[in-house]
Design a protein around this ligand. Structure first.
Ligand SMILES: [Zn+2]
Length: 408
């Protein structure tokens, strides 16, 4: 079938898309690099200006962190970019991305290599500066369509996705409630397969305090925080598999010091993944019961902090419909659109929990994300931008009944 001319326009943008993605990836925007994130937000503001949307730069809420002593403090996060066009249209789409990467200023992986063999290696090329480029080009193309007036859209690009989106949760939820369908720009698999259902996730810390004593003279007076923590770790590890798809990953332990001192402080940090939302309450109850037993020991005090940041994202009839629409757009472009369940999670989980059906891997095709081998497949920039532009176009043409959701 012949494609609308605004779709074919995207083909002419390939070299511009590669070069701009390269420039963006060369800006360090690690989740804690506030100056870099601010630079990135300003750069994106300029890049998105031609879409004609109203641009706002919002402050994130501060994020709570637990230090090595179990004390909780708050840290500042980078800005949120929000762009809104036709907010009063009857059909509204939310497009989301994140400008932060997992690579801090002190990480050796800082610079993009020149594209070679159809791939471009660099920090954030796939996750997700290439994805933001796909989103931008899809919007620019869609705005050339004669039917664009039927569809309102909002873009939200946050600065803290890689660390759980605690500071942008409020803005994301507000945007999810106001929209009828969601499009997110995490990378797809190298072969183009998208993510369907996603597990939920939470990060926790248990801080255990005991009593210090001389290991030789008064060992009996000490209360060993490391030994108590070891029991807790063994308990946590045993929870994996107790519920369908439920896992605990003990990721970090710290504690103790000199070998002739009974240690009075130890800490374990762990990540939980789950398929069923009820498993959140189940885990908290298990932890409560076990920590009560731990705390019955003389001189031991164990406390849990942290929480669930991403609820599970199940397949729903609304999401099935959205995937079917995306697949039919793929057919028009000659690409097959399929999806698989994954244990990974992203802002798509949170938007789904706020009631917004969303496809969350509409970004570039790429791989090895979160490692210094990250790359994107350069031809996927135009390929995926055309897919998104066509999805927007189709949503603008679809009857309002397509959206079973009542947006506010
Ligand atoms: Zn990402």
């Amino acid at each position: 079938m012949s494609l609308p001319s605004f779709i074919n326009w995207i083909d002419d943008q390939q070299s511009h898309m590669v070069q701009t993605t390269r420039d963006w990836s060369n800006i360090n925007s690690g989740s804690h690099n506030l100056a870099g994130l601010s630079h990135m937000a300003k750069t994106l503001t300029v890049a998105f200006a031609p879409t004609g949307g109203e641009v706002e730069i919002l402050a994130s809420d501060p994020m709570e962190i637990t230090d090595g002593y179990g004390d909780i403090s708050k840290i500042e996060l980078g800005p949120i970019l929000r762009i809104t066009k036709r907010p009063h249209a009857n059909r509204r789409v939310l497009l989301c991305g994140h400008m932060d990467t997992v690579f801090g200023q002190d990480h050796p992986f800082q610079v993009c290599r020149a594209p070679k063999d159809g791939e471009m290696h660099g920090p954030g090329t796939a996750d997700m500066k290439g994805g933001i480029m796909v989103m931008l080009m899809a919007l620019l193309a869609f705005e050339k369509s004669s039917e664009c007036a039927n569809l309102g859209w909002q873009v939200v690009i946050n600065s803290d996705e890689e660390i759980g989106s605690f500071g942008s949760a409020r803005v994301l939820k507000e945007a999810a409630v106001a929209a009828h369908a969601g499009m997110l720009y995490e990378p797809s698999m190298p072969d183009g397969t998208l993510a369907g259902a996603r597990k939920g996730s939470g990060n926790f810390t248990v801080t255990v305090k005991g009593r210090a004593a001389h290991a030789g003279r008064e060992h009996h007076l000490g209360r060993n925080a490391i030994a108590a923590t070891a029991q807790i770790i063994s308990f946590l590890d045993g929870l994996s598999g107790k519920r369908q798809g439920f896992t605990v990953n003990v990721g970090q332990i710290t504690g103790g010091g000199a070998l002739n001192v009974v240690p009075d402080l130890a800490q374990v940090r762990f990540n939980v993944r789950l398929e069923a939302i009820d498993d959140q309450a189940w885990l908290l109850k298990q932890m409560d019961q076990f920590l009560n037993i731990a705390n019955d020991q003389d001189g031991i005090h164990a406390a849990l902090s942290g929480g669930f940041s991403r609820p599970p994202k199940p397949m729903t009839p609304e999401l099935d419909r959205l995937f079917a629409l995306a697949a039919s757009c793929g057919d028009d472009l000659g690409i097959s659109i399929t999806h698989v369940a994954t244990g990974g999670c992203c802002d798509g989980n949170n938007l789904a929990a706020a009631g917004l059906a969303n496809i969350d891997t509409l970004g570039v095709r790429g791989a090895n994300i979160h490692s210094d081998q990250e790359y994107m497949i350069t031809e996927s920039l135009t390929e995926r931008a055309k897919l998104s532009a066509l999805i927007l176009h189709r949503l603008a043409q679809t009857s309002e009944n397509f959206f079973s959701k009542e947006a506010k």
